[in-house]
Design a protein around this ligand. Structure first.
Ligand SMILES: C[S@@+](CC[C@H](N)C(=O)[O-])C[C@H]1O[C@@H](n2cnc3c(N)ncnc32)[C@H](O)[C@@H]1O
Length: 541
């Protein structure tokens, strides 16, 4: 049966292998139908296990629209192709733009045998459609693992030695990579060991290896979770990426719902376009944002690339300013000369992991060896309230030879929630742990969902503690973190890298807050801006 798949101005392209009477607007429509057919016979739970979340047609076309090369000879790769919708998007573009005499060579990887017939069908449709507009296209399907295909394993005595084997280079790599965790000792992780920190996720390996496979003027277009942009886990991959490639286009989906709604994945997602050109100081990045997969409420902004790809020493971050206001905030914070470290402070994570320390946890101060245990719910406003009860959670920890490393000396600290809920107004919530509240205890327990800031080899003064806590609680820092980090988790590494004002300013803020004795965090904003000599309207939305 013949059905029309595309109308190219004067030319109608016919596709002879259709299995039903569908009329497709374009090749993306054709591929999307392959996805539907595949999903009808393969259950969502099975697809999730394989990291199979297919790109909706609008997003596939949007991603294909980001490709900029006008070369005649183009080598294209989709490293985890599924039913081929992203390749279809690229082919649609060639047809819509009336490009002639292209020489297109396409490589796709797909390690799930069940999806291969659907992928082949899409690629055949693409080949046929392109042939009709005088663009010969060759494709090759690699039915194996994209990472392992590029890994070389050699034996050295009893040991296996892993390295990379980067055979072919590509002008365009387009991908919606699979998303699942890998074991640290898996062959994939061993092949990319240099870039692993903690438990790796395959999506970041797809990004990294693709970046390495780009030709000298190559481009890559990826849709990924935003999680690689900050935090410790992806730090080595991020560093390679930001020092080797130029991130010139970003699109942020500012939502935790809707994007891949059919598969109920709730993630903040990001589309990026990067080129294999070394980043320059003067470079610009084009940033856009939308609030759903229909690209409604679409906004765009051109920003200095150095505000997006931000490196401080070995730490590199991707910040995503989505308004002029965000840009101003980034510039103000970057202009501050210090960090916690240069000010003589350190941030650590609360050492008490409840399920590991169960035998030392107590519901009350049962004996003279017990000391208070603080959790996230004990942070109230600017202060810590230990007397609060919550769902029978332990209120104390017994100090004994086994648990003595789990407690810290009772001193002044700034304690921060590591997690906030999406509904909570601010990302960062800091409070002061005032040692005077706990005169009878030499030590104190801090649960693992808290971070705490302490002074290296000395005790923090209350002015220092209130100064740092109030600064971290300001709207300016909240807006900075929103540009830095798409989730509700605030890692110690992210706080460590944020610029801080000079010591005198922090102490001045601390004194001011203590004098005001205010419990409302936002009340402090104006006073802090005055100390920092920042105009009020710069920080308000
Ligand atoms: C998130 S889906 C995206 C599919 C398609 N590119 C799209 O945009 O709709 C990722 C695809 O990669 C495949 N995949 C998973 N792990 C892979 C691996 N190690 N090598 C090659 N393909 C893989 C999955 O089977 C799945 O079809």
């Amino acid at each position: 049966m013949t059905s029309i798949i595309s109308k190219n101005q004067d030319k109608t392209i016919h596709y002879p292998y259709s299995t039903d009477n569908n009329i497709f607007q374009n090749l993306v429509g054709y591929a999307n139908n392959q996805t539907k057919l595949y999903c009808e016979i393969n259950h969502v739970s099975d697809r999730k296990l394989k990291g199979q979340i297919f790109t909706p047609p609008k997003i596939a076309s949007f991603m294909a629209g980001l490709f900029i090369s006008q070369n005649k000879k183009i080598r294209i790769l989709d490293p985890g192709a599924g039913t081929g919708v992203l390749i279809a998007g690229i082919c649609d573009r060639f047809i819509q733009e009336n490009r002639r005499n292209l020489e297109i060579s396409i490589h796709v990887y797909e390690n799930d045998k069940k999806v291969l017939p659907f992928l082949k069908s899409t690629l055949e449709a693409c080949k046929l459609a392109l042939t009709e507009v005088d663009c010969p296209m060759d494709y090759q399907i690699f039915d194996n693992d994209f990472i392992l295909h590029h890994a070389k394993i050699e034996q050295d005595g009893n040991c296996s030695v892993y390295s990379l084997d980067l055979k072919t280079r590509y002008d365009l790599i387009i991908s919606n990579p699979p998303y699942y965790k890998l074991n640290k000792s898996s062959p994939e992780a061993l092949a990319l060991q240099k870039y692993v920190y903690g438990q790796p996720n395959i999506y970041a390996f797809f990004m990294l290896l693709s970046g390495m496979l780009l030709s000298e003027t190559g481009e890559m277009i990826f849709i990924t979770p935003r999680s690689f942009c900050s935090g410790l886990y992806y730090s080595k991959i991020r560093r390679w990426f930001l020092t080797t490639l130029t991130l010139d286009r970003l699109h942020l989906f500012e939502t935790r719902k809707d994007l891949f709604v059919d598969d109920e994945i709730l993630q903040e997602n990001l589309i990026f376009h990067a080129t294999s050109v070394l980043p320059t100081k003067e470079g610009k990045t084009f940033v856009s944002v939308s609030y759903d997969r229909q690209f409604t409420q679409y906004q765009e902004l051109t920003v200095p690339s150095s505000d997006v790809a931000y490196c401080r020493g070995d730490d590199c971050y991707i910040r995503i300013p989505i308004s002029k206001n965000d840009l101003k905030i980034i510039e103000i914070v970057d202009s501050w000369p210090q960090t916690l470290n240069t000010l003589g402070f350190e941030i650590s994570t609360g050492p008490v992991v409840d399920f590991r320390a169960l035998k030392h946890l107590r519901t009350t101060i049962e004996n003279s060896n017990c000391v208070p245990l603080l959790w996230m719910h004990n942070i109230r406003g600017n202060d810590v309230e230990w007397s609060l009860d919550k769902n029978g959670k332990a209120k104390a920890i017994e100090v004994n030879p086994e648990s003595k490393n789990l407690v810290v000396p009772t001193r002044n600290y700034v304690v921060l929630k590591r997690f906030t809920s999406k509904e909570q107004k601010k990302r960062v919530h800091a409070a002061v742990l005032n040692a005077e509240q706990f005169p009878e205890f030499e030590f104190i327990g801090l649960e693992n969902h808290l971070n705490y800031i302490h002074k290296k080899r000395a005790a923090m003064t209350l002015d220092e503690a209130y100064g740092i806590a109030a600064l971290l609680n300001t709207t300016i820092i909240d807006q900075y973190f929103r540009a830095l980090n798409g989730n509700t988790q605030v890692n110690a590494t992210d706080i460590r890298v944020v610029s801080m004002p000079d010591y005198e300013k922090i102490v001045a803020i601390g004194k001011l807050i203590r004098k005001r004795d205010s419990d409302s965090l936002s009340d402090c904003d104006e006073a802090i801006l005055k100390v920092l000599k920042i105009k009020k309207d710069l920080v308000s939305n």
